[in-house]
Design a protein around this ligand. Structure first.
Ligand code: ADP
Ligand code: MG
Length: 338
């Protein structure tokens, strides 16, 4: 570092110590086919006040290391759970679990167990075996399964045909040709893991998002975080902003991956009972403490639609929901109505 540069930094750190010792760090990156974002406040108590420059540099290095760790964690989960990667653990399961029990990691086992719990809770509205038909849709190529193919494959959508053996840590599909997909839950799980990583590093104020899934640690230094819910029909507009602290929020919309054919919108949230896209509402956001659950529950409520969806959320004390119906009207669960 040049002498002039050192002098300037010394001046800045002496007269504006908050620059060196506390600041927001932000980073955006692409993973899991979507944009992710991490933002946190790093409040370092330096014990080397006689070497403020080094303290500032060390803080920057710590921030960059945390950012890298968050990014790597998301990449790791993507590599494990992506259906598009042949070597992922999920692909291995999809290739073999309808033939024999497949040994899986404790991490995947836990996530599959959570998915099964939400399927039971939602009477099958959330069902990772939706993929048996879901993989026949290609939103980029604008192709979809024929009605006869749907009818033929529908019996392969049935979460109760997934057998999880905790002792052996295996998964088995009791139905030939059955497939699973974690697109409705894995991003929330990734957000949860990254928040834990930041928390363990002593961070008190942070936001981590992956697509429509956001998790928050604390507040935005004295103020709540303001999380926007996208306008379902205007790409860069927000329908509403929600002030939140220490919560997670997940939004499921019919505008993320879709194509329109003969005036009908085919999108990526599938009703497991019909094999067709769910069309009762256009956007669902679920708020709660656990990012994995809010992710899966936003998909669940989207499938269920307005009245049954609100009924489910109102029966769960730890969760709230904001739903935008087909007429673009906003609906709130009981806990948000004051
Ligand atoms: P996004 O992936 O855009 O954040 P969601 O959280 O609503 O939106 O998840 C949608 C994804 O969930 C789909 O891309 C698909 O991978 C998966 N999915 C679709 N329908 C279902 C369903 N009925 N049950 C479980 N997962 C589903
Ligand atoms: Mg979801």
């Amino acid at each position: 570092m040049s002498r002039l540069c050192r002098l300037t930094l010394t001046f800045l750190f002496v007269f504006f110590p908050f620059i060196a010792h506390a600041q927001w760090y932000k980073h955006s990156f692409k993973v899991m086919g979507t944009m992710s974002h991490v933002e946190f406040w790093l409040d370092q108590q330096s014990k080397t006040d006689n070497d403020i420059i080094n303290a500032g540099v060390a803080q920057n290095e710590q921030a960059q290391a945390l950012i890298k760790a968050v990014e790597l964690e998301m990449v790791r989960i993507d590599q494990q759970m992506s259906p598009y990667k042949e070597q992922s653990e999920l692909s291995l399961v999809n290739r073999s679990a309808d033939k024999k029990p497949v040994l899986i990691s404790g991490e995947l086992f836990e996530l599959l167990s959570t998915a099964q719990h939400i399927s039971a809770l939602s009477d099958g509205a959330f069902d990772i075996t939706y993929a048996s038909i879901g993989y026949q849709y290609n939103y980029r190529e604008k192709t979809r399964p024929s009605q006869s193919s749907i009818v033929q494959t529908l019996p392969a959508i049935n979460y109760t045909a997934i057998s999880l053996d905790k002792k052996r840590s295996t998964v088995y599909f009791n139905h030939q040709g059955m497939k699973i997909d974690l697109g409705g839950i894995a991003k929330g799980y990734a957000v949860k893991r990254c928040l834990t990583l930041l928390e363990e590093a002593g961070i008190k104020h942070a936001l981590v998002s992956a697509g429509g899934d956001t998790g928050l640690l604390g507040n935005r230094k004295g103020r709540p975080w303001l999380v926007g819910i996208k306008h379902p029909r205007a790409e860069h507009k927000m329908a509403v902003h929600i002030p939140l602290e220490n919560e997670a929020i997940s939004t499921s919309g019919d505008y993320e991956r879709y194509f329109i054919e003969d005036g009908v919108r085919y999108h990526h949230i599938i009703n497991p009972k019909t094999g067709d896209s769910a069309r009762k509402v256009v956007s669902v956001s679920v708020i709660g403490k656990d990012p994995t659950y809010v992710d899966a529950l936003s998909t669940t409520v989207f499938v269920k639609g307005l009245t049954p969806g609100l009924k489910l959320i109102n029966a769960l004390p730890d969760f709230e929901a904001i739903i935008i119906d087909n007429q673009r009207r906003l609906h709130y669960s009981q806990g948000l109505q004051q």
